[in-house]
Design a protein around this ligand. Structure first.
Ligand code: ZN
Length: 244
């Protein structure tokens, strides 16, 4: 266990849900975040503030003016710069104890190993191909991961703990393709990805602390304030996590 700055984490140390034993586990955690847009960006920052050991930030995208409306990690001066490197600088300024690796690549089945062997993977992507690549890699390596998605005013969060909960393939998520029309066409409320990324971060802390989590899909509408929980089950014949 590395040196722990008690003053920095007084807020979390005082919580009975976390306390010193939980903070020690968080401080040993390695989180790979794939997709550094509205949900992945805010989650990366929260994991850094919470004091994880290291973050692996993966995105091949550059910051554009259309991102600024909702991707709160970026400012106008970042337009045209790579998201991974830009976020790495911001995070290093927030918590110098967190080691950050910035990888300027788009995740695919072929390069999935760039995620390394983290304690967990956070999916902040917006397409089925990337999610499928994350799912296959995570199931193969036994790494828990969290799927997030945000569109229009709503979003979804789901944890996948290989062989303990359903995976996305169990639920019939396709291996490729885009998810709907994309934010610019369909519209997106700035608070939707911020809320989804924040709530998924809480789930991530539970995973880092070794708490048992379920594989429910949580659907949240940030305009109507509605939350629904959809139960899911492992499909024993799943093409990814089922027994061959
Ligand atoms: Zn499955």
């Amino acid at each position: 266990m590395p040196f722990l700055e008690f003053d920095r984490y007084l807020g979390t140390l005082a919580l009975p849900q976390i306390s010193l034993s939980g903070q020690k586990k968080i401080s040993a955690g390695i989180v790979a975040i794939v997709g550094l847009g509205g949900t992945g960006g805010i989650a990366a920052e929260l994991f850094a503030r919470a004091g994880v050991a290291s973050l692996v930030l993966i995105d091949d995208d550059t910051v554009s003016l259309t991102n600024i409306q909702r991707q709160i990690e970026y400012v106008e001066a970042d337009i045209g710069k790579g998201k991974a490197e830009t976020l790495k600088k911001r995070i290093s300024a927030i918590n110098h104890n967190v080691s950050v690796e910035a990888i300027n690549e788009r995740i695919t089945e072929e390069n999935a190993s760039i995620m390394g062997k983290p304690s967990m993977i956070f999916d902040g992507t917006d397409n089925f191909s990337a999610r499928s690549a994350i799912n296959r890699y995570a199931v193969k390596k036994g790494i828990p991961w969290i799927m997030t998605a945000a569109n229009e005013t709503f979003g979804t969060i789901k944890a996948v703990v290989p062989h303990e909960t359903s995976c996305t393939a169990c639920l019939g998520y396709p291996d490729s393709g885009n998810e709907g029309m994309g934010c610019a066409q369909a519209g997106i409320l700035p608070s939707a990805p911020a809320a989804i990324g924040t709530l998924a971060f809480s789930l991530g802390l539970k995973i880092l602390m070794g708490e048992k989590v379920d594989g429910d899909i949580v659907y949240i509408d940030t305009w109507n304030y509605s939350i629904e929980r959809i139960r899911t089950q492992i499909n024993p014949k799943c093409r990814v996590c089922g027994t061959p």
